[in-house]
Design a protein around this ligand. Structure first.
Ligand SMILES: [Cu+2]
Length: 457
């Protein structure tokens, strides 16, 4: 296959394998929306030769990659064809509160057979993702996760973009789901999957144009796993953390990317056809292959420079005059009795000694804090547990200011991975009114206590 640079720029993925493009075509009545997204059960092949009864977007996995444009609105007609209520949360988008997709807190759950128009403006460019915020362990665990890309207002000079969607599945050899959670693991680092996939495939080889300048968008769609992404000795640059471009790109050695987190990496593909660049999960001194890129023929001129990404317009907090808040994450370890219907409500984790109570119509728990609109805040977070937690805040992109465990060059993100006993300071301007969830993105942790919300008024 021979590809010109222009062709890559125009079409992006150009039908290369393992690059998911939206399959849905708009009908006439959908002409007033940009995208139609359907949550529905469907059979997909994850274990080779076996079928898995998954929950999907638009009938397949990977889910369609939804593309919006920075500074523009996007309207998505969402249809719930599941047999239970759901919502869609747009992770990392500084969105209007009513579009944030949190049941009861920001909208009524979308009932089976019903639909909801998500209509919002995208102020920031980058790699984001979407998923339900209802029955998350099951709905996300069985497949409802997808990538949401906001393209920069001005196109960038990459030759090719690779969307790399990482996630595990808890499956047996026949492709049947294993229990998605085990209390023992929920009270620790979380229950890991058994089948690791990249864009739905096990250790695939993703095609890239020889000599091309590549933007790889890594998206950790998993419920639990932390990936320690590394190219080993192959030169690659970190361009963005969790969708937010950094001012000074730096060489990728290994970057810890927890559940819900993203990493944009730029690199120049080898000049020769059939060469491979292997991407690893680095654990200790060991490098374990996740997948590989493989070069295909192209007529691209040789590139030496990787374009920089424009930094998003995130307001800078006034740290010197900011109000300080403290949040302590602790392990409580309460095994709860089995309820009448056979279910259990373990709470293992607390924020400021309080485990999330859950919510329903007319029963919204009190916020963790009420913040004043327009004011700057510094939140001192302390992970007093022996496990890592990717801590995510909705509606606000914050700045990671410092840590007691590592050198921090302040950067913008929506999710910060906290190591055991780590203290992290984050800062932000509370400029987005509404009630914003604040939780760990290890889904078993949020479901067993490590969740709350802040109210900005
Ligand atoms: Cu956690």
């Amino acid at each position: 296959m021979s590809l010109t640079r222009r062709a890559f720029l125009q079409i992006g993925c150009l039908g290369l394998t393992a690059c998911s493009l939206p399959k849905f075509t708009l009908t006439e009545s959908d002409a007033d929306v940009d995208f139609v997204l359907v949550a529905e059960p469907a059979s997909v092949e994850l274990v080779p030769g076996k079928q898995t009864a998954a929950l999907t977007f638009n009938g397949d996995y990977p889910a369609p990659v939804i593309r919006a444009k920075q500074g523009k609105r996007i309207r998505i007609r969402f249809i719930n064809k599941l047999n239970e209520p759901t919502t869609i949360h747009w992770h990392g988008i500084r969105i209007e509160n009513s579009m944030d997709g949190v049941p009861f807190l920001t909208q009524p759950p979308v009932q089976p057979g019903e639909e909801f128009i998500y209509d919002f403006y995208c102020p920031d460019a980058g790699t984001f993702w979407y998923h339900p915020h209802v029955n998350s362990l099951v709905q996300l665990g069985k497949g409802l996760t997808g990538t949401f890309i906001v393209e920069e207002a001005e196109p960038l000079a990459f030759d090719h973009e690779a969307v790399v969607q990482l996630r595990d599945w808890r499956l047996d050899n026949e492709g049947e789901f294993l229990p998605l959670s085990t209390p023992r693991q929920a009270a620790r680092a979380g229950t890991l999957g058994t089948v690791k996939t990249v864009n739905g495939l096990i250790k695939p080889a993703l095609e890239i144009p020889a000599g091309g300048c590549i933007r790889a968008r890594f998206v950790n769609l998993d419920n639990t796993r932390v990936y320690h992404l590394s190219f080993k000795d192959y030169p690659a640059q970190v361009l963005a953390h969790d969708g937010n471009a950094i001012e000074r790109p730096y060489p990728l050695e290994s970057r810890d990317t927890g559940a819900g987190m993203r990493l944009d990496v730029g690199f120049i593909a080898p000049d020769e056809v059939g060469k491979e660049v292997i991407v690893y999960d680095k654990k200790g001194r060991g490098f374990f292959e996740i997948f590989r890129f493989r070069t295909v023929a192209s007529s691209l001129p040789t590139r030496t420079e990787i374009p920089r990404l424009p930094v998003n317009p995130i307001p800078a907090p006034d740290v010197a005059n900011a109000q300080h808040l403290k949040l302590v994450f602790e392990w409580e370890g309460a095994l709860s009795p089995v309820k009448k219907d056979g279910s259990v409500d373990h709470s293992f984790w607390t924020i400021n000694r309080r485990a999330w109570e859950g919510m329903s119509k007319g029963a919204i728990p009190a916020p963790l804090a009420t913040l004043e609109l327009g004011k700057s805040y510094v939140v001192e977070m302390y992970n007093a547990t022996p496990h890592h937690h990717p801590i995510h805040m909705h509606g606000i992109t914050f700045t990671v200011l410092s840590s007691n465990k590592r050198e921090i060059t302040p950067y913008h993100t929506d999710t910060v991975l906290m190591a055991r006993n780590e203290k992290v300071k984050i800062g932000f301007v509370a400029d987005n009114p509404g009630r914003w969830m604040f939780h760990c993105h290890v889904v078993e942790h949020m479901k067993t206590g490590l969740m709350g919300y802040v109210s900005i008024v």
